[in-house]
Design a protein around this ligand. Structure first.
Ligand code: ADP
Length: 558
C-alpha cells in the first residue's frame, strides 16, 4: 500500500511538474511574442512614417538596420525588400498580414519556418497611397527556447523530482502508519481515519463472531474427546492418504501401539497386520469392511467404513472392538454343543445296541437281567447328564434355581453323608464328618449340589482303603467346608481345567462321570458368592475348600 501511494504521489508530482513547465514556457512565450509584436508594431509605424515622407529614398537610405522591411503596392506586388530583390519575390496579396492591412489598415501574422525552429512575426500598415509597409522579425520557437534552456531546466526538474520523491515517500509513510498501527484483534474505530471506521467496526464484529465460533468449536471438540476417550471401543478417523486425523486411547490399546510418532502418520504405522490393512484398503475403496484380528489370547474386530464427501471417498472411520470374551464364549458354546452331542450319543448308542440285540431274540432269558441292567445304567447316565446340563444352564441364566434360605452346612453334610454311605462302602472308602453347625445364606439345592459333587468325587477318585474327611467350620470370614480325600490327586496342569465343562483328567477313572460336576460346583459357588479353592498332591489326595460369605453380608438377591 505504501508503495502504491508513493507511486501515485510521485506520478501526480511529476505530472504537475511537467504541466507547470509546459504552462510556464507557454505563458512566457506568449508574453514575449506579444512584446515583440508590440515593438514590431511601433517599428512598423516608424518605417511607415518614413516611407510616407520620403518614399523609396527612405527605404534605400534611411532604413534602420536589423528588421526586414517589405513594401508592396495595393495589388500585393513587392516594390521593395531590404533582404531580397523585389523582382524575384512573388505577389504578397494573399499573405495574411498584407490582406488584413489592405482591408483594415493594419495586419499581423506569425509563421513558422520549415524546420519549426524559427518563427517570423509580421506587422503591416497601409499607407495613405494604398501601398503597404511590412516589417518582420524572427524569433526562436518555444521548443528551441526550451532546448536552449535544457540544462538549467533539467537541473531544476531533477531537483523538483528529488523533492517529489522525498515528499512522496514521507507522505505515503505518514498516510499508511496509522493503518499499520491498527490492532486487528481489537480495532478501535475512533482512533484512525474516519473512512476506515465502518471497516474496523465490521472487523470487530467479525472478531467477536470468530471468537464465539472458536468457543463452540472447542466445546464440541472437548465433548467429542470426552465421548471417544470414554469409549471402550477403539476409534480412528483417517483421510484418503491413510493419515490418522483423530484417534482415542482405546484404539491404541487395542492395536497394542503407542501414539503416532508424528502428526499425519499413516495408520499402517500403528498396525501392520495384513487383515488390518485389508480392512482399511476396503474402506478407502468405498466398501464397509470387517475383519477379525487374533493375537495371543485376544481377539479384536475391526470395522472400517468409508467417509464420503461430494460423492467421493474422503477417508474412513475405523472402529475396533475387543471381542475376546465374545469369541471365547462362542468357542465355549461350540465346544459345549459338540461335547453334549457326544456325551448324549455314547449312552444312547449303547442303549440302542442292547435293545436291538434283545429285540432280535438273540438274548437268552437268563441274560435278559444283565442286558436290561445295561440299558438301565445307560439311561440313568443319560438322565444324570441331562439333569446336570439343565442345572448348569439354569445357573448360567441365573434364574429358576430356587429360593434363598439360611442353610446349615453341617446338617446338609450329614444328609449327604447318609446318601453316599453305600457308594463309599462299595469303594472301600471311609468317611468322616468333622466340625459343627455353620449357617450360610443360599439356595439349599445349590449348596447341596456343591457338597454332593465334591464328596462324590472324593469317593470316586479315591483309592481302595482311602478316606474322605469333610470339615465344616464357622469363621468370622464366613462358613467353610473342606472336602479332603486320600485319592489319586490332580496334576498341577489339570487343576484349573477340572472346573471346565466335560473336562475329565482320565476318562478311564471317571467311571460314570459326566465331567460336569465341578463345573456345577464352580458356577453354583459363584452364584452364591462363595469361592472354591483346590489343593492337591499327586498320589496323595486332593482338598477342595468352599468359603461362603458371612451371613450378615450375604443378602438374598431379589
Ligand atoms: P466327573 O463327572 O468326571 O467326575 P467332574 O467335573 O466332577 O466330572 O470332575 C472333572 C474331573 O476332575 C474328573 O473327571 C476327574 O478326572 C477330576 N477329579 C475331580 N475330583 C477329583 C478328586 N477328588 N480327585 C482326583 N481327581 C478328581
Amino acid at each position: 500500500m505504501t508503495k502504491r501511494i508513493f507511486r501515485s504521489i510521485l506520478a501526480v508530482s511529476v505530472a504537475v511538474l511537467l504541466g507547470c513547465l509546459v504552462l510556464i514556457v507557454g505563458v512566457l512565450h506568449g508574453y514575449f511574442q506579444s512584446r515583440v509584436m508590440a515593438e514590431l508594431e511601433s517599428r512598423t509605424a516608424y518605417v511607415a512614417h518614413g516611407v510616407e515622407m520620403d518614399g523609396m529614398r527612405y527605404l534605400t537610405e534611411g532604413l534602420p538596420a536589423g528588421s526586414r522591411v517589405t513594401w508592396v503596392d495595393g495589388q500585393g506586388n513587392v516594390l521593395f525588400d531590404n533582404w531580397e530583390s523585389a523582382g524575384e519575390l512573388e505577389n504578397h496579396a494573399q499573405r495574411q498580414e498584407i490582406r488584413q492591412a489592405l482591408e483594415t489598415g493594419r495586419g499581423s501574422a506569425a509563421r513558422y519556418s520549415d524546420t519549426l525552429a524559427q518563427k517570423t512575426l509580421y506587422y503591416a500598415v497601409r499607407l495613405s497611397d494604398g501601398t503597404v509597409v511590412r516589417v518582420s522579425d524572427t524569433q526562436y520557437s518555444v521548443w528551441v527556447l526550451v532546448l536552449q534552456a535544457m540544462q538549467p531546466v533539467a537541473f531544476v526538474m531533477l531537483l523538483a523530482l528529488l523533492l517529489a520523491l522525498w515528499l512522496a515517500g514521507r507522505v505515503s509513510r505518514q498516510l499508511v502508519q496509522p493503518i499499520n498501527a491498527i490492532d486487528l484483534s481489537a480495532p478501535d474505530a475512533d482512533s484512525t481515519y474516519e473512512e476506515l471506521a465502518p471497516l474496523l467496526r465490521k472487523i470487530r464484529s467479525q472478531n467477536r463472531q470468530i471468537q464465539r465460533q472458536m468457543l463452540d468449536l472447542k466445546r464440541s471438540r472437548e465433548e467429542f474427546t470426552a465421548i471417544t476417550e470414554n469409549m471402550s471401543e477403539g476409534f480412528l478417523v483417517i483421510d484418503q492418504q491413510t493419515r490418522v486425523l483423530t484417534y482415542n486411547s482405546s484404539a491404541l490399546r487395542l492395536l497394542y501401539t503407542n501414539a503416532p510418532a508424528q502428526e499425519g502418520e499413516s495408520i499402517y504405522a500403528l498396525n501392520r497386520e495384513s487383515g488390518f490393512r485389508h480392512c482399511v484398503e476396503g474402506a478407502l475403496a468405498g466398501r464397509r469392511t470387517e475383519q477379525l484380528l487374533e493375537k495371543d489370547d485376544s481377539c479384536r474386530q475391526v470395522i472400517a467404513s468409508p467417509v464420503e464427501r461430494d460423492g467421493t471417498v474422503a477417508g474412513a472411520v475405523v472402529v475396533i472392538l475387543d471381542v475376546t470374551e465374545k469369541e471365547q464364549r462362542e468357542q465355549l458354546r461350540r465346544e459345549f454343543t459338540a461335547n453334549v452331542s457326544h456325551e448324549l450319543k455314547t449312552p444312547l448308542t449303547s442303549i440302542l445296541g442292547t435293545a436291538e440285540i434283545m429285540a432280535g431274540g438273540l438274548v437268552k432269558p437268563a441274560d435278559i437281567p444283565h442286558f436290561a441292567g445295561n440299558i438301565h445304567r445307560e439311561a440313568q447316565r443319560l438322565i444324570g447328564l441331562v439333569n446336570d446340563i439343565i442345572k448348569l444352564s439354569r445357573l448360567d441364566e441365573g434364574g429358576n434355581v430356587g429360593a434363598w434360605e439360611t442353610v446349615d452346612l453341617y446338617s446338609q453334610a450329614q444328609a449327604i453323608s447318609g446318601q453316599l454311605q453305600q457308594a463309599a462302602e462299595k469303594k472301600n472308602v471311609t468317611m468322616e464328618l468333622r466340625g459343627g453347625p455353620a449357617m450360610v445364606r443360599g439356595v439349599p439345592q445349590i449348596v447341596e449340589e456343591i457338597l454332593y459333587n465334591l464328596w462324590d468325587n472324593a469317593i470316586a477318585y479315591n483309592r481302595p482303603g482311602g478316606s474322605v474327611t469333610v470339615t465344616v467350620t464357622d469363621t468370622p470370614q464366613g462358613a467353610q467346608v473342606t472336602v479332603a480325600d486320600t485319592g489319586i490327586g490332580i496334576a498341577p496342569e489339570a487343576r484349573e481345567r477340572v472346573f471346565e465343562r466335560f473336562y475329565r483328567v482320565d476318562k478311564s477313572h471317571s467311571a460314570g462321570g459326566t465331567g460336569l460336576g465341578l463345573s456345577i460346583v464352580k458356577h453354583g459357588a459363584a452364584y452364591l458368592g462363595a469361592s472354591v479353592t483346590l489343593e492337591s498332591e499327586m498320589g496323595k489326595g486332593s482338598t477342595f475348600t468352599v468359603t461362603f460369605p458371612p451371613v450378615s453380608g450375604a443378602d438374598t438377591p431379589s
